[in-house]
Ligand binder design. Structure first.
Ligand SMILES: *Cc1c(COP(=O)(O)O)cnc(C)c1O
Length: 442
């Protein structure tokens, strides 16, 4: 085949595959806890010309021309961020949550310093991880990572145990923590920010709260308020519960503003995805208007889904704590199959969620590829207008596959039918285009 024909065929193939993806998601139940569907206005920002431009530096002090409107949008994003989170300092330039974390590692610690973070089976994120696991903190900043003691029974950081662990490290190895990371990828209950900040103060260390998962819940005032509880900075992804475009953000105090600004540019970024910055501004405006209601419904739905699954024989963890105070719930499915098989079968049934390590895997040393659990989040189905009644139906679909062993494709047909009435994003100023509609401009 000649180059032009090969190119034309590949061109068409890519476009077709993207359209098929959109159709699949329109017909599916999206339960991945770290994702969401942005509003049509955010999607419009993402295809704007902002995404083809550069604006290095701070608004008003750019190293590029052509930023007349871009600067106004970025300043608005910063103002909106300050309002939504009651923050003194906001930087909307980190292009992802991991980049926001790296900037905090650079501002608050030096290579070789000791950082305390959650282990992955306790909900920790790989960007808080040590070199041995290929974790970002180790790989990029050469931080020495020590884990928190963790109370598995209650899915809580064990403050006293952690204090003792750190005293022992100090005594035996002369190591002293410089940074305490909080926040998680399995984030069921608020973290003890105040207690960790008190512990950090004993070592003159800093506290960073990674709100990637719960940024929308904090905006809606239903989870916790890490800045008031003692965090020196909050890092976040803007596309999980916040439902903006894929991007990152920093919230902090004026005393750290110059350090963050310098690290984020020129330290870590050149272009900072200006189309996404516009999308973040839109998402924050929508958060101001709608997220108290949205966040409340997300948590109600998470509790309802957990209860329903539990009634149907699927072991959702932490019943005695009300299962969850966030968008996320985790279930142990090892009675039926491993988490990998559960994920695959449910995916065939158009129910999209992911397998996950759960605390018992830490003791059992389960292979991370076939963990005992699955993780679900209700933020995206809530955005589509679903409420407690629909959570019962979702639980029934999951039960049909995992407990009753029904043919996934047969369940997929029922899921497709169920999804028909939920095709528009709620909690947005304008929602004329269907949530998963494929937009052609070519
Ligand atoms: C998702 C997640 C991140 C990474 O965010 P990106 O925006 O994908 O870089 C960081 N920290 C935690 C706790 C997360 O769950």
């Amino acid at each position: 085949m000649n180059k032009v024909d090969y190119g034309r065929e590949a061109f068409q193939k890519v476009l077709n595959l993207m359209e098929e993806h959109h159709r699949w998601f329109r017909d599916s139940i999206p339960l991945i806890a770290s994702e969401n569907i942005p509003s049509p206005a955010v999607r419009e920002a993402l295809i704007s010309d902002f995404g083809n431009r550069y604006a290095e530096g701070w608004p008003g002090e750019r190293l590029y021309a052509g930023c007349r409107y871009i600067d106004q949008v970025e300043l608005l994003a910063i103002e909106l961020g300050k309002k939504v989170y009651d923050a003194e300092f906001v930087d909307v330039r980190p292009i992802s949550g991991v980049m926001a974390n790296i900037s905090a590692y650079i501002v608050f610690a030096n290579p070789g310093d000791l950082m305390v973070a959650l282990a992955i089976p306790h909900g920790g994120h790989i960007s808080h991880g040590k070199l041995k696991w290929g974790g970002t903190a180790g790989v990029v900043r050469n931080l020495d990572v020590e884990r928190y003691e963790f109370d598995e029974e209650n899915f809580m950081i064990d403050i006293d145990g952690t204090r003792k662990r750190l005293e022992k490290l100090m005594r035996e190895e002369g190591k002293k923590p410089r940074l305490f990371m909080l926040g998680a990828s399995v984030f069921l209950f608020p973290h003890p920010v105040k207690e960790v900040a008190e512990l950090a103060a004993e070592y003159d260390a800093k506290v960073v709260y990674d709100a990637a998962h719960v940024a929308g819940l904090i905006a809606g005032k239903v989870f916790q308020d890490p800045l008031r509880e003692g965090a020196d900075a909050v890092t976040l992804s803007t596309h999980k519960t916040l439902a903006g475009p894929q991007h990152g953000m920093i919230l902090s105090w004026n005393k750290y503003s110059e350090d963050f600004k310098r690290v984020i540019f020129p330290g870590l970024h050149s272009n900072h995805h200006l189309h996404a910055v516009a999308g973040v501004a839109i998402a924050l405006a929508e958060a101001l208007a709608f997220y108290e209601e949205y966040a409340r419904q997300i948590v109600k739905n998470a509790k309802a889904l957990a209860e329903s699954l539990h009634e149907k024989g699927i072991e959702v963890l932490y019943e005695h704590r009300g299962y969850t105070e966030s968008h996320t719930l985790v279930a142990d499915v090892s009675r039926f199959m491993d988490g990998m098989k559960a994920e695959k079968k449910l995916e065939e049934a158009n129910i999209i969620l992911n397998r996950n390590l759960i605390p018992k895997d830490y003791r059992l040393k389960t292979d991370y590829r076939t963990p005992s659990g699955i993780r679900m989040g209700t933020q995206e189905v809530t955005r589509l207008g679903m409420r407690e009644e629909e959570m019962k139906e979702i639980a029934e679909f999951i039960k049909l596959v995992l407990v009753d062993g029904r043919e996934p494709r047969e369940v997929a047909a029922r899921v497709r039918e169920f999804r028909k009435q939920f095709q528009h994003v709620q909690y947005a100023f304008s929602s004329q285009t269907e949530a998963y509609q494929y937009i052609k401009i070519r």
